[in-house]
Design a protein around this ligand. Structure first.
Ligand code: AMP
Ligand code: MG
Length: 300
């Protein structure tokens, strides 16, 4: 497939997943976790392979060009499939060009700073793809569903009012715009899992010894807050899907399909950047040729 055709195909494929900036999202109404674009798993596996090699090629050029960085944010409810998505989507790329950062309950040091501080510390450099396994969006998700997290953030009284969430949406949008304007492209994927599929995945984590480590009793308590999370997700998607960093809602009930979608969203961003290997100017080219002659002259 030609590059132009691949680019077109990727763009068309991810279009239904995009949250139109300015639109109001009702997650349960507007996005189906079981959607699979009429695709069969066998076709999907083939397509993922194509996507992964396209990513590898673009990542090599991104690194060589050393001008743009890509921040790939993955958000999902527990058992949404973040870890597996990262493993599969990045399977073909050079590990030197990728940095994965996971975000858990903030440490004492992190709580002693403004809330975006720990995320800013993990941003990708130019030429790099940075992956956030959970991201700054936790600051308007788990922190909102469990406001005691906000209490731990040691904010001054005037920063804790009822407008705190709207303010955070604005601050996050501004931060992402700043990053975009400075060559760090922000790509955001939300893995949309159904309540029933989460139940089945939790059961597997309990029943299979090699999956036990992924499960904790707290996960079931979080599940009791399902509706509150769906509401927080909907508000987040509505408020923070922007022209410079739109959200993509990926149907997550079928892991194989979610992985194709995530790879396609990342590929779309890289195709948009269209990174190029640096070309040498006349002087550098001459130096290179002189070095070549020298090496040839050394031949035994
Ligand atoms: P896991 O991804 O399963 O290892 O779990 C990480 C845990 O950290 C989850 O329960 C998140 O809700 C929690 N977490 C992540 N970010 C924050 C945050 N900013 N404030 C409070 N809890 C968080
Ligand atoms: Mg967990």
């Amino acid at each position: 497939m030609s590059d132009g055709r691949a680019a077109e195909r990727v763009a068309k494929f991810i279009k239904p997943l995009r949250v139109k900036p300015g639109s109001t999202v009702d997650l349960t109404e507007d996005f189906d976790p079981r959607y699979k674009a009429g695709m069969k798993k066998r076709e999907g596996v083939e397509l993922l392979r194509t996507g992964v090699s396209l990513l590898a090629d673009h990542q090599a050029r991104l690194a060589a060009q050393d001008t743009y960085g890509v921040l790939f944010c993955l958000q999902a409810i527990d058992a949404g499939g973040k870890d597996g998505t990262i493993r599969h989507v990045m399977s073909g790329v050079n590990p030197q060009g990728v940095r994965v950062s996971g975000f858990k309950v903030p440490s004492a040091e992190e709580l002693d700073h403004d809330y975006l501080w720990r995320y800013a510390q993990r941003l990708p450099s130019r030429g790099e793809i940075g992956i956030f396994n959970r991201s700054h969006y936790e600051e308007v998700l788990v922190v909102r569903v469990h406001p005691e997290n906000l209490d731990r953030q040691k904010l001054p009284e005037e920063a804790k009012g009822p407008d705190v969430w709207d303010r955070r949406y604005r601050e996050i949008n501004d931060w992402e715009r700043y990053l975009t304007d400075n060559g760090i492209k922000v790509v955001k994927v939300f893995l949309n899992l159904s309540e029933e599929e989460q139940r089945l995945r939790f059961l597997k984590r309990i029943d299979r010894p090699e999956k036990n480590w992924k499960f904790s009793a707290a996960d079931v308590r979080e599940r009791e807050r399902w509706d509150d999370y769906q509401e927080a997700f909907s508000e987040m998607l509505s408020a923070t899907s922007t022209p410079w960093a739109p959200w993509y809602v990926v149907p997550a009930d079928r892991k194989w399909f979610a992985r194709i979608c995530a790879a396609a969203v990342l590929a779309h961003a890289l195709i948009g950047i269209d990174p190029q290997y640096p070309s040498l100017d006349g002087k550098a080219r001459k130096e290179l040729l002189a070095a070549r002659r020298g090496l040839e002259a050394e031949a035994p």
